[in-house]
Each structure stands twice: as C-alpha cells, then as structure tokens.
Design a protein around this ligand. Structure first.
Ligand code: FES
Length: 217
C-alpha cells in the first residue's frame, strides 16, 4: 500500500449554520493503483461538476477497493469515505469492549437511513460508507484503520481520527464517548445495483429517506 496525501476542499453544508465556510483539510488516504485512479474523481469532480453539486447519484465499482482500503468519492460536494473492511475489522465492530466506549453504539440518533440502522451501519458488513465530515466543527477525519500505541493518539484503537480537536470514530463512523464530536458520522443514502456496484446518493426502491433529515451533517 502506498500512502499519499491530498488536499480536500469541501464547501459548506447546505444545512449547518455553524460551518458556513469552506473547510480546507488535509486527509491521508491509503491507495492502491485502482484506488489511485479514483482520486481524480475527488479532485476534478468528474463527471460534470454541476451535476454532482446538484446531488445526482454517483456509482462506484467496489471491486476496485481492496480489503483494508478506503477511497473517497465526492457527492453533493461532500467527501464520502468508502471502506472495504477486512473480516477482522467487521468482527471488531461487534466487540463489547468497543461498544462500551461509543457514544451511540446502536445508531439511535438519526445520522443514517433506517435501512442501515444495524451493527455495521451499512448495507453489506464488508463495505462502509460515511460522510467524511466531523460532526464537531466539520474537519475531515483521517482514515487510520490499524490500532497503534502512539499514533495518531495514545492507545489508538483504529478507525477515524479528527486532527482538529481529537474526536475519534470507529470504522463504522460511530463516535467515541468523551470527545468533542456529538454525533456519529452521517451515512449517505445508497444501494447496491449488483454485488459489487454501489450507487451513492439514492435509496433502495423501498425507501424514501431524506438525506436532509439527518441530525448533523
Ligand atoms: S472538528 Fe473534528 S474534533 Fe473538532
């Protein structure tokens, strides 16, 4: 895996008043060759920028995301973190020791569509999709999937770390207790067109969930 750094510029949310400015943050992404090909998708807003800004769905072929990897897709001017969880990472999401440290382990707050109100906050346990904007003041959390005794924070358990004020989230975007961020990371509407093709920004046919109903975007 190569480690690369990219600057992400995220326009303000159309809902939040606290974050009514441009966020400029540096996010580190693990990339493979296939994932690297997706980076221009973030930088150049391809397809057409106005189409994406208007909220049109974005499709992603998940065969291009290797286990343990994350790619970032831009939808509605927001970064969507798409993670391919390893079997170990999936198992960890159910670990009672982890759940005891989370503020909202059962996703009780409306931070996701109802069809992902489950222990893995996604349609398929092995794939996670969250909006990569910290629910504290809107920085871009860093993908740090591996536990580490010192980095990016002491006794790091693996997950997402927000460098601005130290908020921590697990690999399902669930926020830890005792950090500034008050809510889990939002999950965007999405559904699967096939086993490996996901459409981000659109509900499954049986759902009319409104993205704007999320408590904190
Ligand atoms: S903006 Fe993420 S911790 Fe403050």
């Amino acid at each position: 895996m190569n480690e690369t750094t990219q600057t992400v510029i995220v326009p303000a949310s159309d809902k939040s008043t606290r974050r009514d400015f441009l966020y400029i943050a540096t996010a580190a992404f693990g990339t493979l060759g296939a994932a690297a090909s997706l980076v221009p998708f973030v930088s150049n807003m391809n397809p057409d920028a106005s189409t994406l800004a208007a909220g049109s769905p974005v499709e992603l072929d998940l065969t291009k995301v290797a286990p343990g990897q994350q790619v970032v897709v831009r939808w509605r001017s927001r970064p969507v973190f798409v993670t391919h969880r390893t079997p170990e990472a999936v198992q960890k999401l159910k670990d009672p020791a982890l759940l005891a440290m989370l503020a909202d382990p059962k996703s009780s707050e409306v931070q996701q569509p109802p069809y992902v109100e489950n222990w893995h906050r996604s349609v398929k346990p092995e794939f996670g999709l969250v909006i990569g904007i910290c629910t504290h003041l809107g920085c871009i959390p860093i993908f740090e999937p591996q536990p580490n005794p010192t980095t990016p924070a002491p006794n790091w358990p693996g997950g997402y770390f927000c460098p601005c004020h130290g908020s921590k989230y697990d690999l399902a975007g669930r926020v830890y207790q005792g950090v500034p961020a008050p809510y889990n990371l939002p999950v965007p509407p999405h559904h699967f067109l096939s086993d490996t093709m996901v459409r981000i920004g659109e509900n499954p046919p049986n759902s009319n969930f409104e993205f704007s109903s999320i408590e904190q975007i």
